[in-house]
Write a protein that binds this ligand. Structure first.
Ligand code: NAP
Length: 274
């Protein structure tokens, strides 16, 4: 068995993606989603371990708690300060963060080069940390982080080092930086179902026409953020690439080989049409 622990979990596409892959590849596994209220992660985790579970994914709001509970951590999880994938190993639990690889692979697949890039991230939560770690790993020159709660952006910058800079989430500050960035990423939950009318930024005419605009939100796929960017003529990248690649990377931890991206993508295309 594989499991998803989060609260809520009903909206997640992970059970459908992984179970479709198990069926198509004839693997005798099942992936189940469990709603685990805040404060109950340790109990759920011990139950899974006792039952002989292979591994699990962790989602909102437990990624930081999972980081603290894991017996060992991958380098990416250490840098991101959050865990989204557990592997149960003879009484020990290894915590990994496959959102980092998920975003890096999504960029590569779209032909977006991060090396030497100057990036602007909206948001400073778990997704922003994973995106920032991915960009640093790919050689980005500067990552600027604008967040509603400025202290969280400052904390992210402190944790990730000198290439990461907090930026006030103010029109003037964003506009002053805008012409010099080549990649903009929405790492907030703004625009996610059931509030597709929201976006952290509206005016994309301030960016250079070669700027790539990405969103980690994948439901809906064409968020308001991406629609505004496309209207300004900018290239856009939706959150489904990160979603399928983080799932594929989790398989490497559980089964020693990457998961089938094409099967995951078929499920996503079916469940989230354009
Ligand atoms: P999180 O840790 O709770 O962080 C949420 C972020 O959104 C924070 O920066 C928060 O700002 C900001 N935010 C929330 N409401 C806001 C508002 N009304 N105005 C301005 N800012 C607001 O959540 P997360 O784990 O980073 O997840 C963020 C999004 O990423 C979710 O939609 C999640 O589904 C998505 N995600 C996608 C993938 C993928 O594979 N595509 C992977 C991981 C996450 P404050 O700090 O001020 O609260």
């Amino acid at each position: 068995m594989l499991a998803l622990l989060g609260y809520p979990v009903a909206h997640s596409l992970s059970p459908q993606m992984h179970n479709a892959a198990f069926r198509k590849l004839g693997m005798n596994f099942v992936y189940l989603a469990f709603p685990v209220p805040p404060g109950s992660l340790r109990t759920a985790w011990q139950g899974l371990s006792t039952l002989g579970t292979v591994g699990a994914n962790i989602t909102i709001p437990h990624k930081e708690a999972a980081f603290s509970l894991a017996d060992e951590l991958t380098e990416e999880a250490k840098m991101a300060g959050a865990v989204n994938t557990l592997t149960f190993l003879d009484g020990r639990v290894r915590g990994a963060n496959t959102d980092v690889e998920g975003f890096a692979r999504a960029l590569e697949e779209a032909g977006v080069a991060a090396r030497g890039a100057r990036a602007l991230l909206f948001g400073a939560g778990g997704a922003a940390r994973a995106v920032a770690v991915a960009l640093l790993g790919q050689g980005a020159a500067e990552v600027h982080v604008a967040n509603r709660t400025p202290e969280r952006a400052r904390e992210l910058a402190r944790a990730l080092g000198e290439r990461v800079h907090p930026l006030p989430l103010e029109e003037g500050a964003v506009k002053a930086l805008a012409p010099r960035v080549s990649l903009v990423v929405n790492c907030t939950s703004l625009g996610m179902h059931p509030h597709p009318e929201l976006a952290p930024w509206e005016d994309f005419t301030v960016f250079d026409p070669s700027t790539v605009v990405a969103d980690v939100v994948y439901n809906p796929r064409r968020t308001r953020f991406l629609r505004r960017a496309a209207e300004a003529g900018l290239k856009t990248l939706d959150g489904t690439g990160m979603l399928v690649h983080q799932a594929a990377a989790a398989w490497r931890h559980w089964f020693g080989r990457p998961g089938p991206v094409e099967i995951f993508r078929e499920v996503v295309e079916h469940c989230l049409p354009e």
